[in-house]
Ligand binder design. Structure first.
Ligand code: HAM
Length: 427
């Protein structure tokens, strides 16, 4: 029976013969994750791992009852105890749940977290949208200063820089606080009311429930009316306006280019003040490579203290696809230093001992266990990009002399079992 992989998911494998699948190659994923670990360490963020599923209520309360994620996209099921559970569609609410449950605001000085985790959203299948995607996210809790906003944006921007990604656009906006949003909500409704009948079905529903979300609708029937609606930035109160201006001037000070986009509101309802998104042309319609913002009310709404917080998420699939779209070279994956081919059954034990000796010295080495013909074993050594290869039979064991072949140049030289380590390391 051939059971296919679920729609919208994919395997990350060490080998993908078709170049269009290269973005699923595990070496590429390992590279991104190692750069993530380095950059988070440089910025003082610590790793957090939360469960793949949580109580559904965490997301309905956290992300917002009217958001697309909650209304259409969650993988929700009843467990055997009849409790409603949901596969994590995003990482922010679970990190807040863990933070509150363990009272980390009281017991721990660590307030900056990162995660690299799979997320699950029942999306309509299309390029760049998966039902299981992987996010690198950060959450910085407890600080409401504009420097904290810019540190988080800078980390994301710098990650893309370190990976060699170019031509990105950083869009930023402020969605203000609850009272500025309330004021703007009725202004927006008044501006859109004359066109209500012509708006998309989603926007008609949002008109009453969450009109701000209409602003970032990609539907052409909405877009033509959005060009002329007032800007939320004109309805910010003094504190939110000052905050936004300082964020913009700090970004300029550290030379991060950005465009202010008054229509950016993001798809999750927990945001306030600064929101941002980074887009890449290579991604086509789903051009958001990463995004985030401030969510100062979320911890309180989950029953915790009134603590501000800000974070972002970036999809690793989209990061790799952008890199490949920009022809960015990935570092060569590590390869074995030596491939050992035993000739005859007597040599196998000696070769196996040699293999273990090298590995105990932290030298990457492999050996043919399958008794391939010499030509095939050599070909295999080439396929796995072994740097050297040696064939060991009775003659080599008796004489103690080995021939070491450099696979790239084809050059050979003679060494001994004693000198082997030195010879392959010193090269
Ligand atoms: P989000 O914008 O929903 O934000 O997702 C963040 C990033 O994840 C997107 O920019 C995109 O790169 C990637 N992504 C999202 N959905 C998919 C999908 N179906 N397939 C492929 N990639 C996808 C959040 O999830 C927030 N929790 C981010 C955040 C953290 N805000 C504050 N802290």
């Amino acid at each position: 029976m051939n059971i296919p992989i679920p729609k919208g998911t994919f395997d990350i494998l060490p080998q993908y013969p078709d170049p269009k699948d290269l973005w699923r190659h595990s070496d590429l994923w390992a590279h991104i994750e190692s750069v993530i670990r380095q950059i988070t360490s440089d910025y003082g963020f610590k790793e957090i791992r939360t469960p793949v599923f949580e109580r559904t209520e965490l997301f309905t309360r956290g992300i917002g009852e009217t958001s697309d994620i909650v209304t259409k996209e969650m993988y929700t099921f009843l467990d055997k105890g009849n409790r409603s559970m949901t596969l994590r569609p995003e990482g922010t609410a679970p990190v807040m749940r863990a933070f509150l449950e363990k009272k980390l605001h009281i017991s721990s000085p660590i307030t900056k977290f990162f995660y690299v985790s799979p997320m699950f959203r029942y999306e309509r299948q299309q390029a760049g949208r998966y039902r299981q995607h992987h996010q690198f996210g950060v959450e910085a809790i407890g600080n409401n200063s504009p420097e904290q906003d810019v540190e988080v944006i800078d980390l994301l921007y710098n990650l893309y820089n370190r990976l060699g990604i170019k031509n990105l656009t950083l869009h930023i906006n402020s969605v203000g606080n609850a009272s500025s949003r309330e004021k703007f909500r009725s202004v927006l409704q008044n501006a859109l009311r004359p066109h209500l009948a012509e708006l998309s079905d989603d926007s008609k529903i949002r008109f009453e429930k969450n009109p701000l979300r209409i602003l970032d609708s990609k539907d052409p029937s909405d877009k033509k009316f959005l060009a002329s609606v007032p800007s939320i930035l004109e309805y910010l109160d003094e504190e939110c306006r000052d905050n936004f201006e300082t964020v913009c001037s700090l970004l300029k000070a550290i030379r991060i280019p950005f465009t202010t986009n008054a229509h950016l509101v993001r798809g999750l309802d927990y945001y306030n003040k600064t929101v941002f998104e980074i887009t890449a042309n290579e991604l086509g319609a789903q051009n958001s490579i990463g995004g985030g913002g401030r969510y100062d009310g979320l911890i309180k709404s989950l029953g915790g203290p009134d603590l501000p917080a800000i974070g972002f998420g970036t999809g690793i699939e989209r990061v790799i696809q952008t890199m490949l779209g920009q022809d960015i070279e990935f570092p060569a994956p590590p390869c074995p230093k030596l491939f050992i081919i035993p000739l005859g059954s007597a040599a196998r034990e000696r070769c196996f001992c040699e293999l273990q000796r090298l590995r105990r010295l932290n030298i990457a080495a492999e050996m043919d266990f399958s008794g391939k013909k010499l030509k095939n074993a050599m070909r295999y050594a080439n396929t796995i990009n072994a740097e050297y290869c040696t064939v060991i039979g009775d003659t080599e064991i008796e004489s103690g002399k080995l021939e070491l072949k450099h696979m790239n140049s084809g050059e050979t030289r003679t060494t001994t079992f004693e000198e082997l380590t030195k010879d392959i390391i010193d090269d």
